[in-house]
Design a protein around this ligand. Structure first.
Ligand SMILES: [Zn+2]
Length: 171
């Protein structure tokens, strides 16, 4: 539908939807790739994704040696795995407070579901307060947006960017 429109219209639509913020400048390839990713996540094509809630439990790691070892550490919100129809919500997911907490909770579910499709946690180069550059996982809005500007191709592959764009479209 979108791909059939004239190019100028597609560019306008890209901007109006806010895709620029999360995936950089318009590109035909970007539009195609993103369309496929979100379509694949629709229940009709992905089937059911099971959600395991570990919210009431202490922070704990599964025994080493388990292939899908769940590590609900103090900074882990949730986990998902490529090709595994399950995502796990950790205590941190439920405990988060603040004005954006609910948005972040929804975002993290889309994020983990994107791992099911094989998307990853990409990194971005950031400059710290003492002027040194380092690579960080492109988590949270600031780093996700930085990644979109620096490496749009990587942003399309980053679970966090895909999650934020999805929640930006919620009413
Ligand atoms: Zn992730």
């Amino acid at each position: 539908m979108v791909a059939a429109a004239p190019k100028d219209e597609r560019i306008d639509r890209w901007r109006n939807l806010g895709l620029q913020k999360w995936f950089g400048e318009f590109s035909e390839r970007g539009l195609r790739v993103l369309g496929r990713r979100y379509e694949k996540l629709e229940p009709a094509s992905s089937g059911t994704l099971f959600v395991e809630c570990r919210l009431g439990q202490e922070f704990l790691d599964d025994a080493p040696g388990n292939d899908m070892r769940i590590s609900c550490g103090h900074s882990t919100w949730a986990q998902g795995w490529p090709g595994v129809r399950k995502l796990v919500l950790c205590p941190k997911w439920a405990m988060e407070k603040g004005p954006d907490a609910n948005m972040e909770r929804v975002q993290s579910i889309v994020h983990e579901a994107m791992h099911y499709l094989g998307m990853q946690d990409m990194s971005v180069q950031v400059t710290n307060s003492s002027g040194k550059t380092e690579r960080k996982k492109a988590y949270r809005e600031t780093y996700a947006q930085l990644l979109a500007q620096e490496r749009p191709g990587a942003a399309r592959f980053n679970a966090e960017n895909l999650g934020y764009f999805a929640v930006s479209r919620l009413p």
